[in-house]
Design a protein. Structure first.
Length: 125
């Protein structure tokens, strides 16, 4: 590592708990949020995810946020959110569940994983 920050989005180091659900699964998993930015997060836990999995993350004072797993290393993983959030809200004391939709700032298409290819365009090798 060169010590030069190459990320375009500032992130906060913190320790929060979040509920994470992999899309098309009813089961939720508790994970620790180690880093949180407006565009994504680094989580840690026994959750088994793969790069490209779609997830829903329930964050304190923000609510449900959709995203895509961007990377996985051991028991840590990165999630790129579909839309920017106000990450500072997660640091504030717990608020009521009303008004979660106000936490979404704007769509963040640069962090979204591309859609999977259509099966008709795939070929056997």
């Amino acid at each position: 590592m060169t010590g030069v920050e190459t990320r375009s989005v500032a992130r906060d180091s913190l320790f929060l708990l979040a509920e994470i659900r992999v899309e098309q699964s009813a089961e939720t998993h508790r994970a620790r949020v180690r880093n949180l930015s407006d565009g994504g997060m680094m989580g840690e836990g026994q959750l088994r995810v793969q790069r490209g999995h779609r997830v829903v993350v329930e964050l304190r004072n923000i609510g449900a946020v959709n995203g895509t797993v961007a990377w996985v290393q051991d028991n840590r993983f990165g999630v790129a959110f579909d839309e920017e959030i106000d990450s500072q809200k997660a640091r504030r004391p717990l608020q009521t569940t009303e008004g979660h939709e106000a936490a979404i700032v704007k769509p963040l298409w640069s962090h979204r994983a591309p859609p999977p290819p259509a099966p008709s365009t795939l070929r056997k090798i």
